[in-house]
Write a protein that binds this ligand. Structure first.
Ligand SMILES: [Cu+2]
Length: 150
């Protein structure tokens, strides 16, 4: 079952109470890659913090919340027990930051750009929400990212 998918060129986002789940995507990887990372941005328009406590998907036996950290100049991945989305704030899942790591993949063939798969996000307060993760070759461009705004 496919949930709301925006027309081409629009930002895909899902509303979960006061939370927005923006542009869930996974990077297309070479065949035999043992894991897949999933990225998105979580925005909280509410007055209370919420926490992403776990995720799961039918395409993987295990799905973990990870964080990249730098220790003595070495990049490391670390599992975290939850990611807080502050009131009126956001949490960014992106390469070299928080990410969802899918392990024990149950795929008969590697993920390819253009495919999508469901991912369930479990929030402490907002509850459970299913989004469709797009497989892309590179990060989606967000028209409101404001990276170069002054
Ligand atoms: Cu990881």
């Amino acid at each position: 079952m496919l949930l709301a998918v925006a027309a081409q060129g629009e930002v895909r986002q899902y509303k979960a109470g006061d939370l927005l789940i923006v542009e869930p995507w996974a990077q297309e990887l070479p065949p035999n890659a043992p894991t897949v990372a999933v990225y998105f941005e979580l925005r909280n328009r509410g007055l209370d913090n919420d926490t992403l406590t776990s995720v799961d998907t039918p395409i993987a036996g295990d799905a973990q919340l990870h964080q990249h950290t730098s220790q003595d100049g070495m990049m490391k991945m670390q599992q975290v027990q939850g990611v807080t989305i502050p009131a009126s704030g956001h949490a960014v899942f992106a390469p070299m930051a928080f990410h969802v790591m899918l392990l024990d993949l149950k795929l008969s063939s590697p993920l390819q750009a253009g495919q999508h798969f469901p991912l369930t996000l479990h929030f402490a307060k907002a509850g459970d929400f299913v989004v469709e993760v797009q497989v892309l070759t590179q990060a989606p461009v967000q028209d409101d990212a404001g990276e170069h705004a002054h």
